[in-house]
Design a protein around this ligand. Structure first.
Ligand SMILES: [Zn+2]
Length: 75
């Protein structure tokens, strides 16, 4: 994915998306609508909880559970 405001390129993995969301909040906050700010917050929290879940899963060693995230790109 790339930044829709300055065309900076980001990857598609979770860390890159987090970086992208943080980049937009830091660099383009003035350009975001209230709705976009809310959407970005939700995505950020979603990725962070997904990452927290993966860490939890690693610690417990349970690989059978599937994290059922609604991780769509149409947000
Ligand atoms: Zn940018």
């Amino acid at each position: 994915m790339d930044c829709e405001y300055c065309k900076k390129i980001f990857g598609n993995d979770e860390d890159s998306i987090l970086n992208y969301l943080q980049h937009v909040q830091i660099n383009h906050n003035d350009e975001l609508s209230e709705e976009e700010k809310i959407t970005h917050n939700i995505r950020e929290k979603m990725i962070q909880s997904k990452k927290a879940y993966k860490i939890f899963k690693k610690k417990t060693g349970d690989s059978d559970l599937v994290f059922n995230s609604k991780n769509s790109d149409d947000l």
